[in-house]
Design a binder for this molecule. Structure first.
Ligand code: SF4
Length: 340
């Protein structure tokens, strides 16, 4: 049986601002096994990045995890002090962000930044850490790592800087790597190389990965399971296959129509989802997707849907799947009412 690494139960995170409580994450539950890669997908404002910052203990004032549990390797993270979380970050959980320039220090060489991470977490001397740093740069595909180790971040290209960030993140062999939009700033070819690298390292080091992205296409190749978030809630969760080939939530279907597909010869138009995400200061009492959903019914506006389990690992929060809902079927990616 797979070993459970992370369990998030009914986690709620809010930001207490002058305009009121922004309920960014409104009760999400998911888990991750050792060596597994999970994609968290959604538009900006869906709560996906706040979810990862909450797990990392990186929320800044006025943000706060106000409810729920985050259990990592059997330990409750919400009860940990800042100091304890600092020891866990970088050592057992590491994170890479969209823009490596904001995380890399421009006045230190790439090597020094990797060496510092290794010395801090692995308690080896600087000489040994330098050997490990060069080795790590080689692992992430930096050419001539013996020379490149002494370069400054501005001497690296965007793709190489992201590789260097991955080297820093993985230099302490964390159990969990959280990658938040790691390829958004990169061109498509480099994007594919970085995703391939994350996949390779995951398999080689048995590191679990949470990949956070607004682009369903990005998770397709790396993740075996996908969580789709909207309005601070999980709308649908399933294996990558279920989400890509048998989506059941209108929001997931909308996301699918907005990414290019390689498995069809037909010319396709990419259709963005019209409308804007809900105001999370005053979240709707019904389904958060209702104002943008093409199938909204009266009940959708009045009551939030419970999860329907289509299989033990495929769940979806949509009234259309309820046993009393009008019967529908998916035709060419569009859910239609079946008229008998
Ligand atoms: Fe659309 Fe209603 Fe389903 Fe929400 S619950 S996604 S509004 S059909």
């Amino acid at each position: 049986m797979s070993e459970r690494l992370l369990e998030v139960n009914n986690m709620k995170t809010s930001f207490y601002t002058h305009v009121g409580e922004v309920q960014a994450v409104r009760g999400v539950s998911f888990n991750l096994n050792k060596g597994e890669a999970l994609g968290i997908v959604g538009e900006s404002g869906s709560g996906k990045s706040v979810t990862s910052m909450s797990v990392m203990g990186l929320l800044q004032y006025p943000g706060k995890v106000k409810d729920g549990n985050i259990i990592f390797k059997g330990e409750e993270l919400t009860k940990k002090s800042q100091k304890e979380m600092m020891a866990i970050r970088g050592n057992e959980i590491a994170m890479i962000f969209q823009d490596p320039m904001t995380s890399l220090n421009p006045v230190y060489t790439i090597g020094n930044q990797i060496i510092e991470a290794i010395v801090r977490h692995q308690h080896v001397d600087k000489k040994e850490a330098r050997v490990k740093a060069i080795d790590m740069l080689r692992t992430v595909g930096i050419p001539s790592p013996e020379k490149r180790v002494d370069n400054y971040p501005h001497e690296f290209s965007g793709g190489m800087r992201q590789r260097a960030m991955i080297a820093i993140a993985l230099s302490c062999q964390p159990d969990l790597l959280i990658a938040d939009e790691p390829t958004t700033a990169l061109d498509v070819t480099i994007q594919a190389q970085i995703l391939e690298l994350i996949k390779e390292l995951k398999d080689k080091m048995n590191t679990s990965v949470i990949l956070i992205t607004h682009d369903l296409g990005v998770v397709a190749d790396v993740c075996s399971r996908v969580v789709v978030m909207y309005g601070g809630l999980i709308m649908e969760e399933g294996t990558a296959e279920q989400i890509f080939y048998d989506p059941s939530h209108p929001y997931t279907m909308g996301l699918m129509k907005s990414i290019p597909r390689m498995d069809t010869k037909e010319k396709q138009r990419l259709i963005p989802i019209p409308g804007t995400p809900p105001d999370l200061v005053k979240p709707p009492k019904g389904c958060p997707f209702a104002p943008r959903c093409p199938y909204t019914m009266k009940i959708c506006l009045e009551q939030a849907p419970e999860y329907t389990y289509l299989t033990p690992e495929h769940r979806s929060a949509c009234w259309l799947l309820h046993e009393n809902a009008p019967k529908t079927e998916v035709d060419n990616g569009v859910r239609k009412e079946v008229i008998k």
